[in-house]
Design a protein. Structure first.
Length: 117
């Protein structure tokens, strides 16, 4: 009986709905996604590589962790706009430019295994 309970518990914890319940892990996955994206980030009138953008987001997360208790809050409060100018961040991937907010929210849904709207 204990083996069955352990197996059920392991299966439950590995489902996508529960796998996404760790905000720190989700946020780090988003930052890793940014770093590996190969996209160009536009912040306050300057362009940055994906790696530089990821480093910037990591810094913002370290400094503003208390404002990002969920991955959604990280995106909305730290990763979408400049805290200095208030201007939204944009990202260009494969010639298509969109807001960082849209791009990161879509990626979060993908990571969670949710259908996109």
């Amino acid at each position: 009986m204990p083996r069955l309970l352990t197996l059920i518990l392991l299966l439950a914890l590995s489902t996508p709905s529960l796998a996404g319940s760790n905000p720190e892990r989700e946020i780090q996955q988003l930052i890793d996604f940014v770093a590996a994206s190969g996209c160009v980030f536009h912040r306050n009138g300057s362009d940055y590589s994906a790696e530089a953008a990821a480093e910037h987001l990591q810094l913002k997360y370290r400094r503003g962790r208390k404002y990002a208790d969920t991955a959604e809050h990280f995106i909305d409060r730290l990763a979408s706009a400049s805290s200095f100018s208030g201007k939204p961040y944009t990202v260009t991937c494969a010639g298509e430019t969109q807001t960082a907010s849209q791009w990161l929210h879509r990626e979060l849904l993908d990571q969670r295994g949710s259908p996109q709207s």
